[in-house]
Design a protein around this ligand. Structure first.
Ligand code: SAH
Length: 227
């Protein structure tokens, strides 16, 4: 089952961008997922391709018009979820990424300027997703991050599906520290237990380390785990 992504944007030329390289790029070539970009300006009502207007009630910046966005959505959204990348949305996390990786179709709306008219969100029952508590210039960057995280979980994208299991945020834990050769570097050695070949002890050590790091850096994850 392939994932079909439709991105609504005023900058279609930036896609697939870095999604066309490495693991996501190979998966795109193989047809594990597809991406279709829609230029919102193509649905403008004037010859200048205007997509925005001043905010009702005053205030800074411009707002994307509901009628233009509505046309773009209705002509291109066939089925599945519509997502609006938005700082006001629910913060993206790995559990959400897993949920989205089970969808067959995702339509992603990228905002620009000061954002979009609220009625669009209501009319199409759009889900708002934020990639973090900071403001970007546009939803395109956020959409790429969301797509990257979702595509990575599709079947066959990662060489070894085991690598997902112990990663940060799976089981609400950060990953344990990792090492490779050389065994000694600048007077620092790899923890001896990792060289013991004793798989059970190694797993135990890795789990303890994961717990320790999570307690220190992200106690909020452990709270989520127990609640
Ligand atoms: N005035 C808005 C911010 C607009 S930023 C506010 O205060 O909430 C312009 C566009 O960038 C938004 O429409 C959104 O699509 C995108 N964007 C900015 N920050 C984002 C974030 N943290 N997560 C997801 N999308 C974001």
């Amino acid at each position: 089952m392939a994932l079909n992504v439709t991105v609504l944007t005023i900058f279609p030329e930036v896609f697939p961008g870095f999604l066309g390289t490495s693991l996501t790029g190979r998966a795109l070539e193989k047809g594990t997922w597809s991406i279709k970009t829609v230029n919102i300006r193509d649905y403008a009502f004037d010859k200048h391709g205007s997509v925005d207007d001043t905010p009702c009630g005053g205030g800074a910046g411009m707002i994307m018009r509901p009628d233009v966005l509505g046309e773009a959505i209705e002509h291109n959204h066939k089925k599945g979820k519509i997502i609006y990348m938005s700082p006001k949305g629910k913060p993206l996390n790995q559990a959400k990424v897993h949920e989205l990786s089970k969808e067959e179709n995702l339509t992603i709306l990228c905002g620009r300027f000061e954002g979009i008219d609220e009625r669009v969100i209501e009319e199409y029952e759009i889900e708002e997703i934020s990639i973090g508590d900071y403001i970007l210039t546009g939803g395109e960057q956020a959409a790429m991050i969301l797509i990257d995280a979702v595509v990575r979980l599709l079947d066959g994208v990662l060489g070894n599906s085991d690598s997902i299991k112990n990663e940060s945020f799976e089981n609400k834990l950060l990953e344990y520290p990792q090492y490779t050769r050389p065994i000694e570097w600048k007077g620092r050695t790899v923890p001896e237990i990792l060289l013991s070949g004793h798989h059970e002890n190694i797993s135990k050590w890795q789990h303890e380390q994961a717990l320790k790091i999570t307690k220190e850096r992200r106690p909020d994850l452990l709270k989520e785990k127990s609640s």
